[in-house]
Structure formats: C-alpha cells, structure tokens
Design a protein. Structure first.
Length: 351
C-alpha cells in the first residue's frame, strides 16, 4: 500500500493545500533554471490524465452548458496559455479499504492566459454532481462529488470535474503527508486571523478570535476542523483557502527568492511531498507563471443554495445560473470580469 493510501484524512486536507502552495509560491521562489529543473526531477509522477482520457465518455448532457453558452457568448481565448490545475486531497480513514476512500478536498486552479492571476475554486466535497456509471459500483446519476474517488480514483475525479465545469484539466497534483509538518515548520509557521472563537471537540482545541501563529501541528488541527464551525464544511473550505494564502505569503516574505540555499531547502522539502501528472513540466511552468505573487491569488467556492437529499445523505444543491456564470468565466479566461462584479475571499480571515 502506498504512503498516500495510508495517509489519514486530515493529513490529506492539508497536503492538498501545500500542493497549490508549491505551484504558486514555488514559481515565485524558484529563481534559477537549475533549481527549477532539480524540482522537476524530484517530484513523483503518475499517469492520471492518460487514465482519465481512457475512461468511457460521459454521455449525459452537461447540466450547466446552456448557462455557459448564454453567459460566455464567445469562444475561449486561443493563445493556449491558460492552465486549469486540479488539486486533490483524499479521505482514507483507518481500517477503510481503497474502495471506501473519498476525495476530501478538491480545488480547481485557473491560471490566466497572461499569467497575471490565479483563481482558486474550491469544490465542497458534498456538492451534488453527476457521476457516470462505474461497473459493479455505481449505476450513474447525481450524488456527492467526493464519491468519485472511491469508485474510480483520481482519473474519475478528473472526468467528473471536467464534465461539470466544461473545462479541460491540464494538470493534476497530489501530495504525500510526510512533508507537511516539515514544510510548515520550515517557513517558521504561518499567521492567520480567526473571526470568532470556536472549539474543536475532536481535538479539545479552542481557537480564540483574533491573531494566531500556527506551527505545523496546530495548522493541521486548524485546517482539518469541520465540526464546531458555524457553516461546517463551507467554513473549513474558507480556512483551507486562508491557510494556503498565508503559506504562500510567508514563503515570499522570507526572501527565499534571493537566497539560493533557502530556496533549495524549501524546494527539496516540497518536492518530496508532490505527485503530479506525468506531463507536467515544472520548469516550464516556472517560466510561464514566474510573475505570480500571493496577492494575485483569488479565491471563491462553487456556488450553491440549499440542500438536497441523496443516497449518500444531505448534499449541497448547486446554483445553475451562478455555476454557469462561473464556469463561463473560467472557460473564456475572463475571471477578471467575473471578480470585478462579485466579492472574492482574500485569504486574510478564517472562520
């Protein structure tokens, strides 16, 4: 069994965030081609995109395509430089078989074609979406998105998210938990602002409202908490976004860009925890997106209103119009226009 399959749920929540930090803070930090290529060689690889492409095509009509066509009114930008990255965390609880695992954290990251901004769209694990038939496991239909990993692993998640959003997924990132605490402590911890006092009954930790400095251990507790938060998983998603922003900001503030020794140590720590698709060229992405800074990160969550009963329990009912408008903006690479008329989470305050 791989280290990823043995990893506890809360570890994978955090490691999925570090994957994104590596892609956003990493290109900022990797200032020389030598270290970029070293990073490219150290990370783990898999064939998830090839496996996703080999799956039977989904024949069900995409639910949000009419809204995409109505809202977009034009084809995607043709320069081909925009990128859609899928960040996955997996819930594999102690004693569970591989088929019982769930994708605990799903983030879609859209990097604009000109490399000026990255839009992070969190897809809550209880989002009610279409999952195609899987022989011997699922007859096909709508259920919680986190079930896709249990029935088909990362390749099925790629297919489901692509069908949901109308987007091609260019790259997939997963991470091993072994380096999470080390990475967090390597940067000296991160600072977060907590909006209200909350208690985590599972760990016995109480987070008081106000400023907090989190080391690796406390960051794990902070990011994994769901119960005790006023809005449950939605607040946890907000915390994940906040922590990601704080980590990327800390990496930048340490001056890693100008210090090759610090940079090499940080890159080595990150690379040992990453698994990416076989086609990802980190060195090339460094060159393409070297202008990104933490301030260029914009966060939002898949729009939903209310709940629906499903075979897997209560699920989040997605908003057709709002999801369609979001997917259209991603599809046409017009997220600047999308955020100009809507609030986005800045990453500065968590639940």
């Amino acid at each position: 069994m791989s280290r990823w399959k043995r990893m506890p749920r809360w570890g994978k929540v955090l490691t999925s965030l570090l994957a994104l930090a590596a892609l956003v803070a990493g290109p900022v930090a990797i200032a020389t081609g030598v270290i970029a290529y070293r990073f490219n060689d150290l990370i783990g690889r898999d064939d998830v995109l090839t496996e996703a492409a080999a799956l039977p095509a989904i024949t069900a009509k995409p639910e949000y395509q009419s809204w995409i066509r109505k809202s977009a009114g034009k084809a995607p930008k043709a320069d081909g430089t925009a990128r859609n990255l899928l960040i996955l965390g997996v819930d594999t609880r102690k004693g569970w078989s591989e088929g019982q695992s769930r994708s605990d954290t799903i983030m879609l990251v859209h990097v604009d074609g000109d490399g000026s901004n990255a839009s992070v769209v969190s897809i809550p694990r209880d989002s009610y979406v279409y999952i195609p038939p899987v022989a011997g496991k699922w007859a096909g239909g709508k259920t919680k998105v986190n079930a896709a990993y249990a029935w088909g692993g990362a390749p099925l998640v790629v297919q489901v998210v692509s069908h949901l959003t109308g987007l091609a997924i260019d790259h997939v990132v997963r991470v091993d938990f072994a380096g999470v605490r080390k990475i967090t402590d390597t940067v000296g911890g991160v600072d977060v602002t907590i909006a209200r006092t909350v208690h985590d009954k599972r760990t016995g930790v109480t987070f008081e409202a106000g400023e907090h400095h989190l080391d690796g251990k406390m960051a794990e507790v902070y990011v994994r908490q769901r119960y005790g938060l006023p809005n449950g998983d939605f607040d946890r998603v907000k915390r994940q976004q906040q922590y990601l922003h704080a980590l990327a900001s800390k990496v930048t503030s340490l001056g890693i860009v100008a210090n090759p020794m610090k940079m090499d140590a940080f890159v080595t720590a990150i690379a040992g925890s990453l698994v990416v698709d076989s086609g990802m060229n980190l060195a090339g992405m460094v060159r393409e997106f070297s202008g990104l800074r933490p301030a260029d990160l914009r966060f939002t969550t898949l729009p939903s209103h209310g709940y629906v009963r499903s075979a897997a329990g209560t699920a989040n009912k997605l908003s057709p119009q709002e999801c369609g408008e979001l997917f259209a903006a991603l599809y046409t690479d017009t997220m600047d226009d999308y955020f100009s008329s809507r609030p986005s989470f800045s990453g500065t305050s968590g639940a």
